[in-house]
Design a protein around this ligand. Structure first.
Ligand SMILES: [Zn+2]
Length: 368
């Protein structure tokens, strides 16, 4: 039930590649006459080619087919999922322009418990990204973190957690960067932020396990990670209630979402308040991560140690070697440089001055 990718992009790519080759051959044949007369020939751009469906491919999911077009693009065809449109969850509060869609519903209006059927109502499950949670949900450093940060390498695929429909797919200026929001049939929304690239459009139906984008560090982010949120009627709760990100496992098939789980500051700001120094972990935290086998933490620790030693040595060397001269009447850069046996350029560099700088009396110049 979990962890099974429904699609194999490689196979799709193969199919679409062969279509492209066929289209190119046709176009080349059609323009062969003109080519003989002209001296230069520019191959047609993919976007200039007509987008006519040429083939339909079955997938492992009986509800989903892939349509291949003449211009080497493809799209999913899901006649069954299109009927989702009639569901109130996709008919009401559907806003593709802004991140919050339930502004007329307050936290106090929600029932005390919302029973969420995850794998039947929401669809099948696939982890969004499997990795270590670097930053947990909740309040930290007086700030409010509405999601979890999962470590990743830029370019790694990000998967839709459940079946659903894309409500928002944009570059968000509020700090989320490339953001995809998927609304599931049970009303739950999953948010995927800081993506290096988005792979789906608004109003598109997605299946659990479909690659909706690729991990990155866009927006307010100091290093590549997935910022992942779970929201119901705009209100956030801890995604780790549902998903074990380390193992990629869904914690239960159903979830009783309590009103008390919601963060009262869920909608306080449209800005993503990621701490700038989220990834500036303390040495002791890094040590802990390294002991848990995190190779990135080990490398970071070693780099910090080297940098610290180098800085200490540099400071010591400079303290031992530094020689200063106090400018007296009649002193010029030339006379000072000769007296200490150094170049004028060196004095300029050490004091951040130029050859034409007027030396004030009593000014302390570093000469070595
Ligand atoms: Zn975050």
């Amino acid at each position: 039930m979990s962890g099974r990718p429904l699609f194999t992009p490689e196979i799709m790519k193969l199919h679409s590649k062969s279509v492209l080759v066929a289209v190119c051959c046709l176009l080349m044949a059609a323009t062969a006459d003109g080519q003989r007369r002209r001296t230069s020939y520019a191959p047609p751009k993919i976007e200039d080619l007509p987008r006519i469906p040429v083939d339909t491919i079955d997938t492992s999911d009986p509800d989903t087919k892939i349509v291949i077009y003449t211009n080497n693009t493809w799209s999913y065809y899901r006649p069954i999922m299109s009927r989702y449109n009639e569901l109130p969850v996709y008919a009401n509060h559907w806003d593709t322009t802004q991140i919050f869609a339930y502004k007329d519903i307050e936290l106090k209006d929600l029932p005390s418990t919302i029973q969420l059927s995850l794998v039947n109502d929401a669809g099948e499950f696939h982890y969004p990204h499997k990795g270590m949670v670097r930053s947990k949900y909740g309040v930290r450093r007086r700030r409010n973190h509405n999601g979890v940060d999962v470590a990743l390498t830029t370019g790694e695929p990000i998967y839709a957690a459940f079946d659903g429909k894309v409500r928002y797919s944009k570059f968000n200026l509020g700090g989320y960067g490339n953001l995809v929001i998927v609304r599931h049939k049970n009303g739950l929304e999953t948010w995927y932020a800081h993506l290096s690239r988005r792979n789906v459009d608004e109003n598109e139906y997605v299946k659990a396990g479909q690659v909706i984008g690729f991990g990155g560090s866009t927006g307010r982010s100091t290093g590549p990670h997935l910022h992942f949120e779970c929201r119901y009627a705009d209100q956030t709760f801890d995604p780790e209630f549902l998903i074990d990100f380390q193992t990629g496992v869904l914690k239960g098939e159903t979830f009783a979402l309590q009103k008390s789980f919601f963060n009262i500051h869920s909608r306080a700001s449209e800005l993503l308040l990621e701490d700038e120094d989220d990834f500036d972990l303390l040495d002791s935290d890094l040590q802990l991560l390294a002991e848990m086998g995190d190779s990135t933490a080990k490398v970071q620790l070693a780099q910090r140690e080297t940098a610290r030693k180098e800085a200490q040595e540099r400071a010591k060397r400079e303290a031992q070697q530094a020689v200063y001269h106090t400018v007296k009447s009649g002193d010029m850069l030339g006379t000072i440089s000769r007296r200490y046996g150094v170049t004028i350029d060196q004095i300029c560099r050490l004091n951040n001055i130029s050859r034409s700088t007027i030396l004030g009396l009593g000014k302390r110049l570093r000469v070595k």
